[in-house]
Design a protein around this ligand. Structure first.
Ligand code: XIL
Length: 353
């Protein structure tokens, strides 16, 4: 064969091989993002979100890649907590929250502010500061003003008060309650609204998904706020549950009741912890998937349920280990970012008519 033909054939062969090498993965990549939770949620006009672990975002590129592909909304797992944002009386630290805002902007994701007021994560300078009630009010107002003004127009949803109610329905004995009195709740919502009238203001609570004492107390708190003309627009149900949870009908009942108050609803912190001894691994993963499916389906069945968010997304990074003592694989991707049955269950629900 003449040299020229040999060269031509070699070139052709190389071109065909490189076409396949590029096209085949590209085809898979397209499929992955076409069927991502984000794409499916956007088709239905809902927000699907995850809490972001800043250490992971800064150090693990795969984390950011999956986050941006699968979700169109994020909230900071810890970065916006008082102890981190305002570690000393005369110092703020917005480094991480600014990184998060930039990430969201680059990937066209909404950021929800979480939380402005919580009884945990209160810095030492405030805890042991011996301030008067007036000073406490001033400190809280300054804090809210600094944070809300900084992100005005960018953060469209604020979880203003987080977990102010105990399991028995009484008010949590927080530093805010002790120093200011129960009116700290009204004050906070009014201030945020004054500072950013466009923002949607939510209340966020744990273990209020099932009907009962706690859900009733949350309902009464919200009803009271509405009756007093306090600007409140929605309520977040956290959804930290164990794999033996089976109260979806109660969740729906509660959501309907809250929606009837004129409030939007969100699932804010879903994770489903696999307790040791719950069947074999396959059974546990299937039951976990069923709970994700039922909860997302419950949210989609209520028009006012506008946001569905998971507390992380990969079992590689979950707060469960520090909270429960063992990892519990509570999320929808495994530690290698492989989708779990829970992920496919969510896809299925989002595709359902
Ligand atoms: C948790 C974080 O996940 C942990 O990393 C941190 O150590 C403690 O706080 N309810 C909330 C969240 O509203 O802010 C909490 O986040 C989990 C329970």
């Amino acid at each position: 064969m003449p040299k020229f033909y040999k060269f031509f054939l070699a070139l052709l062969f190389t071109l065909i091989i490189s076409w396949f090498t590029w096209q085949i993965p590209a085809a898979f990549a397209a499929t992955e993002s076409e069927t991502s939770l984000r794409t499916l949620a956007e088709k239905r006009g809902i927000l699907i979100g995850a809490a972001v672990d800043m250490k992971a975002l800064k150090s693990d590129s795969k984390y950011g890649e999956v986050l941006a592909r699968e979700f169109n909304a994020i909230l900071p797992e810890n970065a916006m907590k008082l102890i981190l944002l305002h570690p000393e009386r005369d110092r703020y630290n917005f480094t991480d929250t600014d990184i998060l805002m930039d990430f969201a902007k680059t990937h066209q994701m909404q950021v929800h502010g979480h939380p402005l007021i919580w009884h945990y994560a209160v810095p030492q300078w405030l805890e042991s500061g011996n301030f008067t009630r007036e000073q406490f009010i001033e400190i809280l107002h300054d804090y809210i003003k600094t944070v809300v003004t900084r992100y005005r127009g960018q953060i469209k949803v604020w979880y203003v008060v987080n977990e102010s109610i105990n399991r028995d329905g009484s008010l949590e004995d927080s530093i805010w309650l002790r120093k200011i009195g129960p009116e700290y709740i009204d004050l906070a919502y009014r201030w945020v609204h004054e500072l950013d009238p466009e923002a949607r203001l939510f209340y966020n609570e744990y273990s209020a998904e099932e009907v009962g004492q706690k859900a009733d107390a949350v309902y009464q708190l919200l009803q009271g706020l509405i009756q007093r003309g306090v600007p409140i627009h929605g309520v977040g149900l956290q959804m930290h549950k164990d794999v033996d949870w089976s109260s979806a009908p109660q969740l729906i009942e509660n959501m309907k009741k809250l929606a009837a108050l004129g409030l939007d609803i969100s699932i804010t912190e879903m994770d489903i912890y696999i307790k040791e001894g719950f069947g074999n691994q396959q059974q546990a993963l299937e039951k976990q998937a069923q709970i994700y499916e039922d909860t997302l389906q419950a949210c989609l069945s209520i028009p006012q349920c506008v946001y569905f968010s998971i507390w992380g997304f990969s079992d590689r990074y979950t707060w469960a280990a520090s909270w429960r003592g063992s990892q519990g694989a509570p999320l929808i991707f495994d530690e290698q970012y492989r989708p779990k049955p829970a992920y496919y269950a969510m896809q299925k629900v989002l595709r359902r008519e």
